[in-house]
Design a protein around this ligand. Structure first.
Ligand code: UD1
Ligand code: CA
Length: 458
């Protein structure tokens, strides 16, 4: 049996009070829609259709098109109308259609898969995923017949007093078999809200005698629909907690999990230790037994096994090799690669700089657009002058070079293998391998100068 998924994301989301389409608000580094898509992909469906409204272009730009089809719902006329808008993208499809909301980012692949399995075991035409809500007001109530059979879903606005007491609610996740899909056209506009409710398909199916059931397998937290910023904040807390619990289970040590922020895409190896106030963002991976000390932010970077990132360091779009040490107070800007066993110390900034195995820049340096070899020592205060006001230029420092403290390397320039640069030099020409380069003014002594100065003053 084939499976297609329709994700409803055309609602306006006015209650978020922002110019951003609702499903593009972020949760743990992903858009809400991206989070839903990630779970949906794990079901390995044959197709995924995202229904979007007037923000379609913006949503497509942000979320991408990989394995996704976008369908336009021209006007937000309700969830039933939204699914109908997806049908032109599904021409010729005759399998199970999983429908879910784009504003429920905590949904997990495991629950979705279990739900689809139950639908198929029961040979249903229509299945609804339900859960018991502490506060059911925001959701459609699952109305059952005396024998427990599914009868209808009734929204708060349309519910009578006894229906309002029902705590089993609709998660917004459904499977529609071909029989149920055939009923979409029969949904009539809701007289109160002037919208086509997808939920009406439940009573229509019951009347037609189709096989339908509600599977109460959801956790309330997982199906929280996000309509306001406050709900998004609560959902973020839940996702954050789950991410940390998952990583803890995989052998990561968090010294104070309450203060750590880890995006959903982050991978951390076992035996790694994460200290307080650490922020790991985007596509970041941290190797086995690495240590990240307090107040560090790492974004879209790879940190190798046994690497140590010391306090108050920022690393963006970089690679740090195995057993390397970075920080405290280091800034690794995009495109930098720190080789295995290398050391980057305090107040060192790297930008688009590759520094090889075992090399050291321990104090107070700016190294930009530089290719630095193995076993190089960069003295304190060294600066690559990579920018002439118009263009950026490359500095090459070959293996085994020693750059004395407070030197400037005016790029483009190359320091050959094994060369020495004397402290305080300004290097403007290439230095041959094994040479000593010195460009500072020779030291002079004026004997007795201080005494003469004093007598002048009198
Ligand atoms: C809906 C369900 C409710 C369920 C709840 C679960 C209906 C009528 N009600 O209510 O039973 O308990 O979800 O969270 O379906 N959307 C469109 N086009 C539209 C309207 C909505 O694509 O014209 C999308 C929204 O972007 C959203 C989803 O559909 O992702 C749900 O819409 P929303 O208005 O949030 O429905 P709820 O009132 O939460
Ligand atoms: Ca909702």
């Amino acid at each position: 049996m084939k499976t297609a998924v329709v994700i409803l994301a055309a609602g306006e989301g006015t209650r978020m009070k922002s110019g951003l389409p609702k499903v593009l608000h972020r949760i743990c580094g992903q858009t809400m829609l991206g989070a839903v898509i990630q779970s949906v992909r794990r079901m390995r469906p044959d197709g995924i259709v995202v229904v979007a409204g007037r923000h379609l272009g913006r949503i497509r730009d942000e979320v991408g098109t990989d394995g996704l089809t976008y369908a336009l719902q021209e006007e937000p006329l309700g969830t039933g109308h939204a699914v109908v808008s997806a049908m032109s993208s599904l021409e010729g499809f005759s399998g199970d259609l999983v429908v879910l909301n784009g504003d429920s980012p905590l949904v997990t692949a495991g629950t979705l898969r279990k739900f689809l399995r139950l639908h198929r075991q029961k040979k249903n035409d229509l299945s609804v995923l339900s859960f018991i809500a502490g506060n059911p007001e925001a959701y459609g109530r699952v109305v059952r017949q005396q024998n427990g059979a599914l009868e209808a879903i009734v929204e708060e606005k349309d519910a009578d007093r006894s229906q309002k007491e029902i705590t089993e609610v609709n998660s917004g996740v459904y499977v529609l078999g071909p029989g149920a899909v055939g009923l979409l056209g029969a949904i009539r506009v809701n007289p109160l809200k002037k919208e086509y409710y997808l939920t009406d398909i439940v009573s229509l199916s019951a009347r037609k005698g189709l096989r339908s059931s509600a599977f109460c397998i959801g956790r309330e937290e997982e199906f929280m629909g996000i309509n306001t910023r406050d709900e998004l904040r609560r959902a973020t807390r839940i996702m954050r907690r789950d991410i940390i619990a998952d990583l803890t289970g995989k052998g990561v040590e968090f010294v104070d999990p309450e203060t750590v922020y880890i995006d959903r895409a982050v991978r951390i190896g076992s035996g790694a230790v994460i200290y307080p106030n650490v922020c790991l963002q985007g596509e970041t991976s941290v190797g086995r037994e690495a240590v990240i000390y307090p107040n560090v932010r790492v974004a879209d970077s790879r940190i190798g096994n046994r690497a140590v990132i010391k306090d108050s360091t920022v690393i963006e779009k970089c690679e740090v090799g195995e057993a390397a040490a970075v920080g405290p107070f280091a800034h690794l800007r995009p495109g930098s690669v720190v080789g295995p066993d290398a050391r980057i110390g305090n107040f060192v900034e790297l930008k688009k700089t590759v520094i090889g195995r075992g090399s050291k820049a321990s104090h107070l340096s700016y190294l930009g657009d530089a290719a630095i070899g193995k076993d190089v020592n960069i003295g304190a205060g060294t600066i690559t002058c990579n920018y002439d006001g118009f263009h950026k230029h490359l500095t090459v420092i070959e293996d085994g070079v020693f750059i004395g403290s407070d030197s400037q390397l005016v790029a483009p320039v190359r320091v050959g293998r094994g060369a020495y640069v004397g402290a305080g030099s300004t290097i403007t020409r290439d230095v041959p391998g094994e040479a000593l380069a010195l460009s500072r003014v020779a030291q002079q002594h004026v004997p007795g100068w201080a005494g003469k100065r004093k007598s002048k003053k009198k």
